[in-house]
Design a protein around this ligand. Structure first.
Ligand SMILES: O=C(O)c1cccc(C(=O)CC[C@H]2O[C@@H](n3cnc4c(=O)[nH]cnc43)[C@H](O)[C@@H]2O)c1
Length: 216
């Protein structure tokens, strides 16, 4: 059995995680931006390890994220109790319809648009990161960038604390491989009207390095 697999979107996130690790058995791999590449790359990493007779014991999606204002601060750390594909569904004149409510046969839904964190892994991470905010982390294909879309998303997900672009994809790969999953994020920017100058990447990367000590 191998140790923990940590997947990030970009190499800078992977470097920030590696800088804070205390457990040499942890493997960190940048897999790309967005749920599709994150799912495909994570599935491949898990399958290769399993085929080599050294399956990973758990997988964590880690990186920076946007935080919902008044729910988590920029520079803060978030643990997802569930990762949700926020835009998986259909628009309608009366609002968004989640994929579960579209009337498809349940067996066609695969793992659905919500994946809960592994309870044991989440308990361990919460114990190691007591200051972390725990809540839903949304996975989006497009970074939210207007006041209107922020209000809609926040209203639709009152339990959501952050949004990022990979967690649900990694979660699906982990679920199909029957490997425990969790998502760990540090907040680089408030979710809202796009203001790239307001992004605090350095603070978020520093927080990611600090939080990485919990990955063991
Ligand atoms: O949006 C940009 O302009 C941008 C430009 C260069 C690099 C980046 C990133 O490195 C983002 C990578 C990663 O960060 C997550 N993230 C961070 N903030 C948000 C957000 O507000 N909404 C969604 N995702 C966010 C995401 O997981 C990206 O993969 C960005």
């Amino acid at each position: 059995m191998s140790g923990l697999l940590v997947v990030t979107a970009v190499p800078a996130e992977a470097e920030a995680v590696r800088a804070g690790l205390t457990d040499p058995s942890v493997t960190v791999r940048p897999v790309g931006v967005g749920p599709a590449v994150a799912a495909a790359a994570t599935a491949r990493l898990l399958a290769l390890a399993e085929a080599a007779g050294r399956p990973y014991r758990a997988v964590v999606s880690a990186g920076i994220a946007g935080g919902f204002v008044d729910r988590v601060a920029v520079g803060g750390t978030v643990l997802a109790d569930r990762s949700v594909a926020a835009d998986l569904g259909a628009e309608s004149p009366t609002g968004f319809i989640p994929v579960e409510e579209l009337g498809m046969a349940p067996e066609l839904l695969g793992v659905g648009r919500t994946v809960a964190a592994d309870p044991t892994l989440l308990v361990a991470l919460r114990a190691a990161l007591p200051a972390a905010t725990v809540g839903t982390v949304l996975t989006v294909g497009t970074v939210t960038g207007t006041a209107e879309s922020t209000a809609i998303l926040a209203g639709r997900h009152p339990d959501a604390v952050a949004e990022a672009m990979e967690g649900y994809g990694v979660a699906v790969a982990a679920a199909l491989a029957d490997v425990p999953f969790a998502e760990l994020r540090t907040i680089s920017n408030p979710i809202g009207p796009r203001d790239r100058d307001a992004w605090r990447m350095r603070d978020a990367f520093a927080a990611l390095t600090t939080a990485a000590a919990a990955l063991r």
